[in-house]
Design a protein around this ligand. Structure first.
Ligand SMILES: Cc1cc2nc3c(=O)[nH]c(=O)nc-3n(C[C@H](O)[C@H](O)[C@H](O)COP(=O)(O)OP(=O)(O)OC[C@H]3O[C@@H](n4cnc5c(N)ncnc54)[C@H](O)[C@@H]3O)c2cc1C
Ligand code: SF4
Length: 480
């Protein structure tokens, strides 16, 4: 239930934020313990989907207005509103590769995750079911699955069909929360290609997928309230949360605090709260993105059933990962550079966007300034990611050899992948991480961190399905 004032001064669970991490945690909590008293505190406003579509943005609060930047300028993109990133996201939902969880052991890079692919697999299934993910079951060749995808895969484009024929074990329909078939809440995706504000509501969002949370009498959602800090009682417990709403500061007490304010604002809140740890806020990252347009000779494409249809894993896994990062290739069914101008060749264009796994760079970090505002200090991507893009570009003609390629036009590095992550990493001990494998702070045992902040390495794939699965698991471990 949305509220404008908190009726009680104490709640069993308080979540900071209402994005992916917090909502999936609360969803599982309500399944396990439906009578729990929960307060969700959200900095942004509640925007109905109709408002978002008609206004053309997800929130009136611009991401870059919520923090300061120093160092190299880089765009960090997120939504401050009820539902967080579930509003703006493109709804692409690949799983991580099993070897992503064992980078250090296998390739001597980064670090191993404190949770294995096998341990997370049932939670991937659960998150995919909640979001009615559409995907191809042969993707088990890359990421093994115990259950089929809830929805069939989207229709491949003509390009994807040729790629699939040539590389049956490397090219797949892209998994997505853009509905392939209508659900009770969502119509079938019609490839209208403006997913940040999908005009028909075909992709999963908090507004069409988690209504039961808003309707639960035990869950109160306080909007437009910025959490300033969490309050401690001694060294090993949080006692409550301090927030500001309409210029007025208030405090509430809680038994457990679930911190899900995104990978910039969660570490900033802990810094403002006086938490100290050498890795707190350290390693802010996202993949390095690159885009090409492929001009096709005589092949009409753009006939798939959603905005992006193909996933290619040719450059994803192998011993090369000790030298350069994994590259995840997404084949679009879209024309971001316009249709071809030549008569009759309008559809002979292919957009490919890739993301390369980065190494976490210690200098890329979040701190707070004297006024308590979040500050992002960024020095750039690692050479590990840059080398990955170089290798990809050199290999691309061979990867695309099944297609009638006329020309590959380099469209350059992407300004942002919109996947900020990694500033409160999870690990096995406080010497290598801020939170443990259950996402509980190593020292403060009633503080759980959710969302992409906890990712200890940078997977090449989009992170939100993994963040959702981790949240379901964290709730299970705490309350199951
Ligand atoms: C344009 C775009 C496209 C994307 N597409 C994809 C995609 O296709 N696939 C994919 O996997 N990922 C995608 N993402 C990334 C995805 O949105 C994030 O990975 C995901 O939202 C991270 O979840 P989170 O819980 O960490 O943070 P969020 O979902 O951002 O939630 C954080 C919440 O905390 C709130 N908050 C922040 N500070 C405070 C505070 N002080 N007090 C109270 N509340 C606060 C925020 O308003 C927000 O509601 C996309 C992102 C963008 C911007
Ligand atoms: S492709 Fe179109 S219909 Fe499908 S989710 Fe995106 S905007 Fe909605």
């Amino acid at each position: 239930m949305i509220i404008t004032d908190v009726p009680d001064r104490h709640y069993e669970i308080v979540t900071v934020g209402t994005g992916f991490g917090s909502l999936f945690f609360v969803h599982r909590l309500l399944q396990l313990r439906p009578a729990t008293k929960v307060l969700m505190i959200e900095r942004g406003p509640f925007r109905s989907w109709e408002m978002q579509v008609s206004e053309g943005h997800n929130s009136p609060i611009a991401s870059h207005d919520t923090f300061e930047s120093t160092g190299v300028h880089k765009k960090w993109n997120f939504t401050i509103a009820y539902g967080g990133g579930t509003n703006c996201w493109g709804a692409t939902t690949p799983r991580m590769h099993p070897n992503d969880f064992r980078l250090a052991t296998l390739y001597g890079r980064g670090r191993d995750w404190p949770v294995s692919y096998d341990a997370l697999e049932p939670y991937y299934v659960a998150a995919e079911q909640i979001m009615d993910i559409s995907g191809p079951d042969d993707l088990h060749l890359i990421s093994p699955r115990s259950q089929p995808y809830p929805q069939p895969p989207h229709k491949l484009s003509a390009v994807d069909r040729l790629m699939k024929q040539a590389q049956p074990e490397m090219h797949f329909a892209l998994p997505t929360a853009r509905a392939r078939v209508a659900t009770r809440q969502r119509p079938q995706c019609c490839a209208s290609l403006v997913c940040e504000h999908c005009p028909i509501g075909a992709k999963f969002t908090a507004l069409n997928g988690f209504n039961h949370i808003l309707e639960s009498p035990n869950v109160l959602v306080l909007m437009d309230a910025e959490v300033l800090d969490v309050e401690r009682s001694g060294a090993s417990a949080v006692s409550g949360v301090r927030f500001r709403r309409n210029g007025r500061e208030q405090r509430i007490r809680c038994d457990v605090c679930v911190l899900g304010a995104n990978a910039i604002h969660s570490p900033a809140i802990l810094r403002r709260s006086g938490f100290e740890h050498p890795l707190l806020g350290v390693g802010l990252n996202e993949q390095l993105g690159y885009a090409v347009e492929v001009l096709l000779d005589g092949l009409d494409t753009l006939d798939g059933s959603t905005i992006s249809t193909g996933a290619n894993y040719t450059m994803y896994d192998g011993p090369f990962r000790s030298e350069h990062g994994a590259v995840f290739m997404v084949f679009d069914n879209d024309f971001p550079y316009g249709l071809r101008k030549e008569f009759g060749r309008w559809r002979q264009t292919l957009s490919i966007r890739v993301s390369a796994a980065d190494d976490l760079v210690d200098e890329n970090r979040v701190s707070v300034n004297d006024q308590g505002r979040a500050v992002v200090h960024y020095v750039g991507h690692s050479p590990y990611a840059e080398r990955a893009i170089d290798h990809y570009l050199a290999s691309l003609p061979k990867i695309l050899s099944a297609l009638p390629v006329e020309e590959i036009v380099h469209r350059g590095y992407r300004r942002t992948q919109s996947h900020l992550q990694g500033t409160l990493r999870m690990g096995t001990s406080s010497s290598d991480s801020v939170v443990d494998s259950a996402q509980i702070h190593h020292a403060v045992r009633n503080l759980v961190v959710v969302g992409t902040s906890v990712l200890p390495t940078c997977p090449a794939v989009q992170p939100s399905l993994t963040a959702a699965a981790l949240s379901l698991r964290a709730a299970d471990l705490m309350f199951g």
